[in-house]
Design a protein around this ligand. Structure first.
Ligand code: ADP
Ligand code: MG
Length: 324
């Protein structure tokens, strides 16, 4: 069997068997944005890890080392945000090709430390090794959340509204511009790709609000990530195209280049906004965009711009299937 037959998520499912051998302190193992174990007092402990690999996740000449260091940490902080948690400590492992300069690594760590300081995250360890060709950065981050406030992927309920915490598709369009050599005039899209902002305070606010039910961060693309909530919660969804928050910059970029902004919004990936299901109350919140509903029927439906309904296909990023 080939890896492309099972896909990234099929592969993870196969690996999951027999991973937990001491379940006493485990609340949630593989399958959510973070693992969840019992913490001190009435808190839960969160751990997440994410890896960035040269030529897979970034091109060394398209991102500054400072941006790269910050992004490697930001994508991990986003997973803590996705559980409603507060980030605590980070562990940083790097595989360094010998052509890299010390100045490059100083800048990489400067970017990481600046972001770590902003979110009061300590860097407490890691590992350093040589690499034959590509630069690899793997970061693990720990966090915590009060037990009663944690937001999982598997807890959405029919009738919930679906919200996102920011514009969709900008990062994918920024990447498109980088790969096609046309970044002039679209700096804000490129920045959304190179400098993602973890929505930690929004995640905490949602967790504390008592109005949110399920949450994750949009890393692979809306369709794919909403698919995880639907699959794990045994529900379906209806997403309304005309409600997807699109930035004017994205719309202009797509208009100017004969591209479809909706495609980027649905499956662009790396937006790192939070996708949350919850009560109607949340629709009053500024910067929370209602994009659809959770349904009892397991169908996943997209209402197009002209009102027609079609299947919402999971077309987001899959490492084993895509060759971008
Ligand atoms: P996210 O996009 O939120 O970082 P992923 O899609 O990368 O999440 O991973 C989904 C789940 O699978 C997470 O719980 C993650 O810890 C787990 N996971 C991913 N790869 C592996 C692996 N190789 N072995 C064990 N667990 C894994
Ligand atoms: Mg995530």
């Amino acid at each position: 069997m080939k890896l492309s037959d099972v896909g990234e998520f099929g592969l993870i499912e196969r690996l999951t068997d027999n991973c937990v051998v001491n379940a006493l302190h485990v609340v949630k193992g593989i399958g959510d944005d973070c693992s969840v174990t019992r913490g001190a007092g009435d808190t839960l402990r969160l751990v997440t890890t994410d890896m960035l690999i040269e030529r897979v996740h970034f091109l060394r000449d398209a991102i500054t080392p400072r941006q790269l260091g910050a992004k490697a940490l930001a994508v991990n902080l986003s997973d803590i945000a996705a559980m409603g948690g507060t980030a605590l400590d980070a562990y940083v492992s790097i595989a360094v090709p010998t052509d890299l300069t010390v100045a490059y690594l100083d800048e990489l760590y400067l970017g990481m430390k600046q972001l770590a300081r902003r979110f009061a995250v300590n860097i407490l360890g890691g590992d350093t090794t040589a690499s034959k060709t590509d630069l690899v950065i793997n970061i693990a981050v720990t966090g915590e959340v009060p037990s009663s406030q944690i937001l999982y992927r598997h807890t959405a309920k029919a009738g919930d509204r679906i919200y996102v915490t920011g514009c969709l598709g900008d990062s994918g369009a920024g990447l498109h511009a980088i790969l096609n050599g046309g970044t002039e005039g679209v700096e804000s899209l490129v920045r959304r790709h190179l400098e993602p902002e973890p929505h930690l305070s929004r995640g905490r606010w949602l967790a504390q609000s008592g109005q949110a039910r399920a949450m994750l961060d949009v890393s692979d693309g809306l369709t794919s990530d909403l698919g995880h909530i639907c699959g794990q919660s045994h529900v379906g969804c209806t997403v309304v195209s005309s409600r997807l928050p699109l930035s004017p910059e994205l719309v202009a970029y797509c208009d100017n280049n004969g591209l479809d902004a909706l495609d980027f919004a649905l499956s662009g990936g790396e937006d790192y906004v939070l996708l949350v299901t919850g009560s109607e109350e949340l629709s009053k919140e500024p910067d929370l965009f209602e994009v659809g509903r959770v349904t009892e029927s397991l169908d996943r439906i997209l209402i197009g711009t002209t009102g027609e309904a079609r299947e919402l296909l999971a077309s987001g990023w899959d490492h084993m299937r895509d060759d971008r």
